[in-house]
Design a protein around this ligand. Sequence first.
Ligand code: PLP
Length: 399
Amino acid sequence: MRRPSQQYAFLVAEKNRDTTAITTGRNGARALASDIATSTTWSSSGLDETHNEAVAGRRSKLYSRYTNPTVRQFETAIAELEGAEDALAFGSGMGALASVVFALCSPGDHIVAQQQLYGGTIAFLNGPVRRMGINVTFVDATIPGAFTAAAKTPRTMLVIAETPANPALALADLAELGAIAVPFTVVDSTFATPMSQQPLAHGVNLSLHSATKGIGGHNDALLGVIAGEAELIDAIWAYSVLHGATASPYDAHNALRGIRTLPVRHERQCASAMQLATWYEQQAKCNKVYYPGLASHPQHELAARQMSSFGSVFAIDIPGGIDACRTFISALQLVRPATSLGGPETLICHPATSTHFGLDEESLSGALASDGLMRISVGLEHVDDLRHDFAQAFAAIKL
Ligand code: PLP
């Protein structure tokens, strides 16, 4: 694990993560904003120098699919925020996941995956992964010991979890995941961001993010990232240069800028999410609210154990199914219908018809994407204005 930087030795214990977000990823540069290294390739003095760069692997200055200085700054920042030895960026969260799976698994291997996952991840595991002859077992992450019990086949290579999970905020127990005796464990920590939880501190091998979400934080960067031990990250890098889901320096620059304000954005968004989730619990036209910060969340105790804040996303279930959701979403004036999360604008989506659309009935119900479920990503608007918007949208529903 990475030790606190010597440069900040005056800080008694470990640097506070809020401060890390400001100091990290600068790689000695004096400029306060990162430069965007746009070149896709670097010239050399001749054949021998180009050859030396070619064999230098990830440390080379050869070609931007291998490494790029701006992307590297972003990776350094994520490694420090995650308490990891190293990190590796990709062109999207799905690019990160696909590279991890295909770097680590071969035909005949077995993956244990949580059934409550982002729809794209479920579709990827059921489609391309199974087609490559890799077996997948889905488990209910809310059942203690379910991952461990399913991970006992001789060919179990990888356990994939997502906590809190898209769309209905189910949690996986990080301590259980960290203790499973399989070669590799990966946790998609997108909903938490590095501000809320640290999967690696629990013994998990890789923490994965769609940095498109809260880390980038402004809906202007499509990016994925993994963090973990240097040796494992290097091995995945060797595969990833062939897979080619390469991160763009423009997006890395935007995400680095996002990281500077991540702690304050996240704090405000978590506070508003908590207030709104609490308000929703009191609404007659709401069946259920899913937010790990609520005492009513069935895994609230686990959330309190492994998260330092509960995130900016919650979900609600309303009576009346898709029709009621359509009416509610159409009536909103401030909150926008869109499928991403973690940005400054509050967004709402109906997972069964968007992020999880196309999945079979079993996968949909396993992921908790019911007809009446809507996912809300809380942004940076004033919480009173959001509450008023939601209240007037409820008034449009006639039960
Ligand atoms: N993981 C989670 C939890 C997500 O919500 C998403 C996208 O919504 C992804 C991964 C995929 O990320 P990307 O859209 O950056 O490929």
